[in-house]
Design a protein around this ligand. Structure first.
Ligand code: 13P
Length: 250
């Protein structure tokens, strides 16, 4: 089980220091915790965390190794600043920066080439779900966004329905299971020779301390990608605890 925090463009640097100290005060092993931080926080917080079991990641990287890309950050820079993983294809980047699945795949290739693992986000909009196209949209994103030769042990998938992000509205448990099953059965096809069971698929979209246990108990759900609730050490700890409880049952 993996519980990942996506801080997005939050919080202040002072609050980030307090938050990370709170998170590092407890262990939730064997749950794997990842923090996807704003890029300027990577160096100071990786120094502060030292040999902690918490992994740090970037929230995006450029598809080129280096060059004239004002305001962008390369995979090698993230790695050198303390990240071991990068979040790619988040719906906010797809929507706000026009990122296509082809671009996400190019970024993933760059990240993998520079030693970063990747968590690739997929998810349909409300309009696509209402039109009955949710599964088709997500599977198309999966096929294109994940490079064919991605090593299975360096890949994680996050299913985040766009309409469930930051809205307090969670997908129904049936819809989550259906989509996670669809992704799991597609993975061997989109990746040559990869056993689907080996690629963890986590759920994201209004995960909180109250609903995490029910979501984590679902088949083919290997944890969560948490936005708002990850900015509260107590709520995030409770979500991690739900993941640990689920692991002890299975
Ligand atoms: P919320 O948990 O705030 O809905 O955000 C989910 C998300 O976008 C994580 O990447």
């Amino acid at each position: 089980m993996i519980v990942a925090a996506n801080w997005k463009m939050n919080p202040s640097f002072d609050a980030a220091g307090r938050l990370v100290a709170g998170l590092d005060a407890c262990s939730f092993q064997p749950v794997k915790r990842i923090l996807f931080l704003p890029h300027p926080y990577l160096v100071p917080l990786s120094v502060r965390l030292g040999q902690s079991e918490i992994r740090l990641g970037g929230q995006d990287c450029h598809q080129d190794a280096a060059g004239a890309h004002t305001g962008d950050v390369s995979a090698a820079m993230l790695r050198d600043c303390g990240a071991s993983i990068v979040l790619l294809g988040h719906s906010e980047r797809r929507a706000n920066h026009g990122e296509t699945s082809e671009l996400v795949a190019a970024k993933a290739r760059q990240a993998l080439a520079h030693g970063l693992d990747v968590m690739i986000c997929l998810g349909e909009t409300l309009g696509e779900r209402e039109a009955g196209k949710a599964e088709q949209v997500v599977i198309d994103q999966l096929r294109i966004s994940v490079p064919d030769d991605t090593p299975h042990d360096r890949l994680m998938i996050a299913y985040e329905p766009v309409w469930a992000i930051g809205t307090g509205e969670v997908a129904s448990l049936d819809d989550i299971v259906a989509m996670h099953n669809a992704i799991a059965s597609e993975l061997p096809k989109s990746q040559e020779g990869v056993a689907a069971a080996k690629v963890p698929v986590v759920y994201g979209g209004s995960v909180n301390a109250e609903n995490a246990a029910a979501i984590f108990a679902l088949d083919n759900v290997y944890g969560g990608l948490v936005g708002g609730a990850s900015l509260d050490a107590e709520a995030f700890g409770s979500i991690c605890d739900s993941a640990r409880t689920q692991m002890s049952k299975s």
